[in-house]
Structures are given as structure tokens and as C-alpha cells.
Design a binder for this molecule. Sequence first.
Ligand code: DC
Length: 219
Amino acid sequence: MINVALDGPAGSGKSTVAKIIAKKLDILYLDTGAMYRACGLKCLSSGVDVTDEKRVNELIGKIDLEIKYVNGAQVTLLDKKDVSTDIRRPEISMLASTVSANPFVRIKMVEKQREIASSTDCVLDGRDIGTYVLPNANFKFFMTADSKIRAQRRYNELTERGEKVDFDKLHEEIKQRDYNDSHREFAPLRQAEDAVLIDTSFISAEQVADKILSYIKGK
Ligand code: DC
């Protein structure tokens, strides 16, 4: 079984790189952030404050969340509805970050992630894959980049999709998420001791993927 763990902060290029690697190795790509995003969306649409632990636990305890693959691409189903596009909305990012600090939510999502990873060769991207979800993953990488560069990537992504976004606000939000994700008590964003660090500030996603692939093939 091949499990590749790709961790790092928002905008470090994980998902772009993970998609390239998955395609080249012909394995599955599991975007774990999509699960926390779906939890954030569920809270929003149910009128539940993401910081209200008791109500969040009740709601997420019975969440109908499914991850499917259509032509190799991940589809996130919430209450049987495809929410893959909805969960990319900028306001969902912060909700996902806040709700993901809830230990009950994490345990529930991690259970699903481990289930998928134990049955299929895959590359998983997230914040705690190498440290908590799959501490025994065969390959671990930690991607990072300057926060301004990461904000610029998000800005380009969103404006290309026709969304109106303010760069400074996006940059602040990214820094806030970095702080939240790395300071939560349970399974925070952290480089695993045995993970290879890759700074993606000045190299393209293809170059990062090549580095990772040559590392995997050379091992
Ligand atoms: O990777 P992303 O931006 O889609 O993730 C959204 C949020 O979900 C992120 O700010 C923190 C949380 N998350 C997490 O806590 N653990 C993961 N493995 C993946 C995402």
C-alpha cells in the first residue's frame, strides 16, 4: 500500500501538486480539507455557530458526508448533494478552520480518512496527515511558502473563477488560518519529524511534483 502524506498551510500548493502526483502514480487523491469544509458548510446551512461545541457535535455526529470519485476526481457529497464547488467559497475557509479545531469533528473525519487510506493507494493532503492521521505513511512531505505568495495564489485562483476578492483581506485571512490551524490543541498543523520540507515560494507546482516523484522513486 502506498500512502503519500502532503501537509502544509493554505495556499502552499498542496492540492495542485497532489493532483499531479496522483495522476502520475495512478493512485487516488484525497483532499481532506474538503471534509472540514463540508462540516463548515453544514454548520452554516443549519444555522449552527461553529464555535458552539455542543451543537456542532450533535450536528456533525450525524452528518451525511460521502467522498466519491468520478473519473478520478473527488466529489464531496453532503446530504446526498454535490457540494464540491460550494465548499470552495472563501467564507467557508475560515468556518472550516474553526470547526476543524473541534476534537470530536476531527476524530470523526480522521476515521473516514484512515478508512480510505487503508483500502487504496493514495496521496492525501491536509494539515495533520503525517503527524496524526497516518504517522506510518510511506512518504511524507511538508510544503510551505511565504504567506504573501500563498495569498496571491488564492487570489489568482478565485479571480479566475470570477469571484470578487480583496487581496489584503485574503492575506489577513490566510495568516489567521495559519495561526488557528497551527495553534489548536488537537492535531495541529505541524511538520512531521520525518517529513521532507519543500519551500514552494519560487518553484512551480510541476517542479515540486517532480521533486516529490523523484524522491519517491529513489527511495
Ligand atoms: O486545505 P483546505 O484549505 O481546504 O482546509 C480548510 C481547513 O480545514 C483548514 O484551514 C484547516 C482544516 N483542515 C485540517 O484541520 N486538517 C486537515 N487535514 C485538512 C484541513
